[in-house]
Ligand binder design. Structure first.
Ligand SMILES: [Fe+2]
Length: 417
């Protein structure tokens, strides 16, 4: 399929249906997913606590790209493209490291944390070193979370920084730490993983552990009064009165959308754990458990669930057409001690068991959509957010204008609602 054919197919999709199989099985669609979405939207790369000292770095990899995310100064993170300016070798090969200098092992070209070329042996005296620094991609730290964008001129995160940043301030996530981080690779196209995350229609059948304590799993628990009560108690416990809910569709710029909303925990649960009881000290300036939790998101593929005592981030990305990853860091207070203040196994239990279940159902879904007999079916009311994601996706894919005929036009700055 050509990009134009993909755009036509996207434009022809009926409303309120699962996607045509080509969107999961075509290699050409996958390449367009990378170009139109992943090279243009904000992506979660890691948390600031993972690079606490100047010179600490880790690699973020997506598709054919690799980025060195490095603490360049106390208050600055750089995202250096991991491609040597000599003949293009990867410079860093380990998943993480530390050093004032980054040396390519191929011919020894050496860069500093700003990406400046500092050494290149046996090269002419007049080598223009200034022109041979490592290239950089956009990098922003929002509430301690490091987001990257591969686009040269991405939609700014300024509005998310301001509005979502203010909502998240009581959690003090910039002073949190990653207590545990786990990757959940799955044999499925990335869209099936995101579609699944966006709905709780499957929660009751697939997630008994989650459904015991979270109102979202049970439409009967979605009483307005319960939501109002949680909101009131959350504010009394120091949380934001504002809830900029669900900006997916009217994003302030392509791939820079965000949202923040609360929902009740039920049956005596106060956090997301095996028995619903605390698993870590209260975060930041939160004064007490308020009987609820907070969903938030940045960009189209990073979601998070903030409990009063810990935060779970779900960062999705494609590995190839048929494989995706969900990278899950669990954040707790920066000064919490493992073994004293929290137990990693207890902290991670709920979302490990839940994500393992998700992986299984997503992989079965992938098997089905790869069948010649698959026909896209209708969605339920409980899949409203999956529908929002699908509409957004089809809108992006249906665009044919722009310099490459690949949707890369400034009009993408406003995503249709
Ligand atoms: Fe699930």
């Amino acid at each position: 399929m050509t990009p134009i054919e993909i755009s036509r197919l996207a434009a022809q999709q009926p409303d309120n249906r699962a996607l045509d199989p080509a969107f999961y099985t075509s290699e050409a669609v996958y390449r367009q997913d990378i170009e139109r979405i992943f090279m243009r939207c904000w992506l979660y790369a890691g948390h600031i606590s993972e690079i606490p000292r100047v010179g600490d770095w880790f690699l973020y990899e997506l598709d054919r790209e690799s980025v060195i995310v490095i603490r360049a100064a106390k208050d600055r993170v750089n995202a250096l493209v991991n491609v040597c300016r000599h003949r293009g070798s990867r410079v860093c090969v380990e998943p993480k490291g530390r050093g004032k200098r980054l040396t390519c092992r191929y011919h020894g070209w050496t860069y500093d944390a700003e990406g400046a070329l500092k050494a290149a042996a046996h090269m002419p005296e007049d080598l223009d070193r200034d022109a041979l620094g490592l290239r950089q991609v956009q990098c922003e730290v929002l509430a301690g979370m490091i987001y990257l964008n591969f686009a040269e001129d991405p939609a700014p995160l300024a509005e998310a920084q301001r509005e979502l940043g203010a909502c998240l301030a009581p959690y003090a996530l910039d002073q949190a730490k990653v207590a545990h981080r786990q990757s959940y690779p799955m044999k499925a196209n990335w869209k099936l993983a995101v579609e699944n995350y966006c709905e709780c229609y499957h929660c009751a059948p697939a997630h008994p552990e989650y459904s015991r304590g979270h109102a979202l799993a049970d439409p009967d628990e979605k009483h307005e009064a319960a939501y109002a009560r949680v909101h009131e108690r959350a504010v009394a416990c120091g949380l934001s009165p504002a809830q900029p809910d669900r900006k997916y569709l009217d994003a302030p710029g392509f791939g820079a959308g965000y949202g923040y909303s609360r929902y009740p925990l039920i049956r005596g649960h106060v956090t997301g754990s095996r028995d619903g009881q605390p698993v870590a000290p209260l975060l930041g300036r939160i004064t007490d458990y308020f009987g609820g939790c907070t969903d938030f998101e940045v960009g189209p593929v990073t979601f998070a669930l903030a409990y009063p005592d810990h935060v779970v981030i779900y960062a999705f990305k494609p590995l190839d057409r048929d494989h995706a990853d969900c990278d899950i860091p669990w954040l707790v207070r920066g000064d919490a001690e493992e073994g004293e203040d929290y137990d990693a196994a207890a902290l991670t239990w709920l979302w490990d068991v839940t994500t393992e279940a998700d992986k299984r159902i997503i992989e079965r879904n992938a098997q089905g959509v790869n069948s010649r007999f698959y026909v896209p079916g209708p969605l339920s009311d409980m899949e409203y957010y999956t529908l929002a994601f699908l509409q957004w996706y089809l809108d992006v894919m249906s665009r044919t204008e722009g310099p490459e005929g690949a949707g890369a036009s400034p009009s993408l700055g406003v995503v249709a609602s």
